[in-house]
Design a protein around this ligand. Sequence first.
Ligand code: MYA
Length: 636
Amino acid sequence: MMRCSRLVASISRQKLSVCQITHRSLLASTQQNRSKATAVETETQDVKTQKASRSFAMGLFCGQINPEQVFPFPNSLSPEQTEALEMYIDPVTKFFEEVNNADKNDSMAAIEDHTFEGLKEMGAFGLQVSTEHNGLGLSNTQYARIVEIVGEYDLGIGIALGAHQSIGFKGILLFGTPEQKAKYLPKLAVGKTLAAFCLTEPSSGSDASSIRSKAVLSKDGKHYILNGSKIWISNGGIAEIFTVFAQTPVTDADGNTTDKITAFVVERGFGGVSSGPPENKMGIKCSNTAEVYFEDVKIPVENILGEVGGGFKVAMNILNNGRFGMGAALSGTMKGLIKKAVDHAANRQQFGDYIHKYGVIQEKLARMAMQQYVSECMAYMLCANMDAGSTEFQIEAAISKIYASEAAWFVADEAIQISGGMGYMRDSGLERVMRDLRIFRIFEGTNDILRLFISLTGLQNAGKHLKELQKAFKNPGGNFGTIMDIVNKRAKRMVGVSSAPSLDQYVHPSMKDSAGKTAKAIEDFGFSVEDLLIKHGKKIVDQQFLLWRLAEATIDIYGMVATLSKSSKSLSDGIEGADYEAKLCKVFVNEASTRITKNLAYLKSSTEKENIESLKDASKSVIERGSVVQRHPVGF
Ligand code: MYA
């Protein structure tokens, strides 16, 4: 977090600017477009014909509801895929209940051999690799449902498997040439070789683009020579195949040479690759984590992944693509924790009755169930969209990861609280899960950096959108309808009348109240984004206290929509438990809408502005003193 200034600086370079174009300001934003192709597209299309982003979260920042990806609740599984998936559920569950011993793995800080072999036999190392390359060929949704089971029973194994396929060789799946796929995937898919993802370095954590590992083309142009070191690499001590990111000199059309990140597939067998001892971690102990060193490693040019100089995007895409797995795995973890808490609450008697009969325990159990439900809805909405071919899901992926990792931490804590002294004992199995869970708020992008990422990415999109509107105002000819919509919206806002588009047509009739609250939250959010950009212009990138609150509101709105959509579908289909879903959704929506109002009010409150300054000063004082500053009550 201390070093996210680069992120800030980089978004600053995107030159958000504000100008008055009507009596009520509209924001004009000029910024680097994310891709050249999009830039060309926006130049040649007017507002009406512009290909708008289909991402629900992106639209949110422009005050729009893009219903396509969220209503009705998506399910991209074909009947055949559903049938195939059903066949895996029992054997995988049975394996984790009868063969794997999570406590033993934890105390050995290694996966038992017979478990490892069993996982290989089940095909667990190549879940999404095509059958042609020895894998199971699962879709994202199918993968999610399987890793949910892994997450319920053993997060350490989840990380060993996830570091291998969710990020370790995902680059080969996403960006590999046919030759690279044919060469590496068949062995990786069956667990004959293991993979690891090597991005983080001693001086480069959240600030991923500041890596220093360097790869230089050999004189004969046949190899890159790689030098550098990577830290905290999951599977780093046991992998044979590494996706490695390193700076490479790249010369542009003007003859200027700069270092840009390139991704490589590196084999341990190339020579010059070594690993440190396994790290002694708080949790996920059975998964191997180690430093990896590269010393004059000769990488054939055929092993470049993606384009030379395009490695940062490769890394970001791999991470975006992997994050849904965490949401799914942690939904499973929460289910496991809830089962344990329920078991205790249903059997423990105090003060003459079972403790689940008391309101305090009831609230805890219901809130645990609610957060599990929200995480599950988010994760499966996301992976269904990915399966349906969405390419712009980075905000949703970050939301799902943040929400699920924080929900799981809450659920673990409450499960221990409900279990009382029993929960604190190792035998309960709860303390292991809590230790395992802590890292999920830190790795694959800390939740802090991902919150900034959500807000800044969304604001960038909003700036682009508003700039297009500005163009429409300048050249009203073909955009009369669009302009009138905006003028109407603004006029209504000025007299305090809502112009929020209705969500009623998308939800079950009994969910209309929740739909109304959600639509209102979306409208308020859009106006707040606009106000923020008008007020702060490009300086918004420096307002991390505000960006944080904006991200909180984004996460809540996505949760509202995901649960609203899922519960409505369940009610309409008349499935068992639909009323339960509806109740959880209604509570979540009610509470989220209160939180959103608070977070959006924070963005413009003068008291909060004062608080922000006081908090900044307090932080400065603590840094200067190296600890707390106040004189002790007893004087020394
Ligand atoms: S692996 C290590 C994880 N590390 C991180 O996640 C690093 C976090 N840092 C970042 O993501 C970036 O550095 C940030 C940007 C976001 C801070 N999607 O100038 P920029 C584009 C698409 O803003 P920076 C681990 O933990 C951007 O638009 N594009 O960049 C192992 C721009 O494009 P353009 C993106 O300020 C855990 C360009 O890049 C994204 O330097 C093991 C530059 O952007 C994005 N996300 O920093 C887990 N971000 O140039 C195991 C940026 O065109 C798996 N861009 O404008 C477990 C699985 C679960 C269990 C499974 C069981 C089986």
